[in-house]
Design a protein around this ligand. Structure first.
Ligand SMILES: Cc1ncc(C[n+]2csc(CCOP(=O)(O)OP(=O)(O)O)c2C)c(N)n1
Ligand SMILES: [Mg+2]
Length: 309
């Protein structure tokens, strides 16, 4: 298993790949992809999920379902780095005839389901979890949802059934970045306290800071030990995490990068990746992303941040 320092370095490299892919393709949804990087890194590199890049259809693999398909660039950058397909494919992201489209697609090695229409990943995971129990299999199903997906009725229907069948092989993860396409969750349709709702629907629930490997890994480990209930992990994240001028800024949901913005973002992420190589893990030394930025990139303007990270 990778150390937290190594995971931090991998996450920084994944962020750089997301930026490069999206810049080349003039793609959007950057903030959505950047908020889920540590969650994906923990799943694929942190020893949480059992997958085999050389055998992506291995029958006993854990299933990782990315319900927020518009964050596909993050999944593709992660899968390429884990060895599911050549990294070269990232250079053709979102181009005509390419393997990698704008949203997640099943035909890509390592991608379990095609998504893009929000709200369906958990129900698909529910079916997989029921099938696994029926077949007496021990693999787990991880379904990563965006926070705004929790406004869809289908999520709560799926949880009713998961809880009725005591599906402890189903792990729901919410990338709780506090924003949706048209505003803050709390201004559009608030659902706080979310953990109480998951608990009321029969889930064993944990909350953690979604950009800290210490919290993510211990939350996964605690949840995976629970028997007889579906599990929910609420990961508090920040849209655009890692790029100072995108963090907490809703405009970046649809914007694509100019050459100047791309260069600036890459400088920030490269500095972060170097720092992550230092012997003392970064997440131990920094109380917040703000102090990290000011310590290593002095002179940048203050961030507009929302929520905990
Ligand atoms: C059913 C459905 N309605 C609308 C959209 C268009 N859409 C794309 S992203 C998005 C919302 C983004 O907010 P959130 O779901 O919280 O994801 P985030 O980008 O914050 O991770 C919407 C409404 C969609 N993809 N699917
Ligand atoms: Mg959101």
């Amino acid at each position: 298993m990778n150390s937290p320092a190594e995971l931090t370095r991998i996450a920084a490299e994944i962020r750089k790949d997301i930026l490069k892919m999206s810049f080349q393709a003039k793609a959007s949804h950057l903030t959505s992809a950047l908020s889920m990087v540590e969650i994906l890194t923990a799943l694929y590199f942190g020893g949480v999920a059992n997958v085999d890049p050389l055998n992506p259809h291995w029958e006993d693999r854990d299933r990782i379902l990315i319900s927020k398909g518009h964050g596909g660039s993050a999944l593709y950058a992660t899968l390429a780095r884990r060895g599911f397909f050549p990294k070269e494919e990232l250079n053709h992201y979102y181009q005509n005839g390419a393997l990698l489209g704008g949203h997640t697609e099943y035909r890509v090695p390592g991608v379990e389901i095609s998504t893009g229409s929000l709200g369906h990943g958990l129900s698909i995971g529910l079916g997989m979890a029921l099938a696994a129990k029926h077949d007496k299999k021990t693999h787990r199903i991880f379904a990563l949802l965006s926070d705004a997906e929790c406004q869809e009725g289908e999520i709560w229907q799926a949880l009713l059934v998961a809880s009725h069948h005591r599906l402890d092989n189903l792990v729901l993860i919410v990338d709780y970045n506090k924003f949706q396409a048209i505003g803050k969750i709390e201004d559009v349709v608030s659902f706080d306290p979310l953990h109480k709702k998951f608990e009321a629907f029969g889930c064993r629930t944990r909350e953690c800071r979604g950009h800290r490997f210490s919290g993510l890994l211990s939350a996964f480990s605690a949840l995976l030990a629970v028997k007889g209930q579906p599990k929910a992990l609420i990961a508090h994240t920040v849209i655009g995490q890692g790029v100072s001028f995108m963090e907490g800024d809703l405009d970046w949901h649809y914007k694509s990068l100019s050459e100047k913005e791309f260069a600036r973002a890459m400088v920030e992420l490269s500095a972060f990746a170097k720092v992550a190589d230092a012997p003392q893990p970064l997440w131990r030394r920094r109380a917040s992303a703000d102090t990290r930025r000011s310590a290593f990139l002095p002179g940048l303007p203050a961030r507009r941040r929302v929520g905990r990270a």
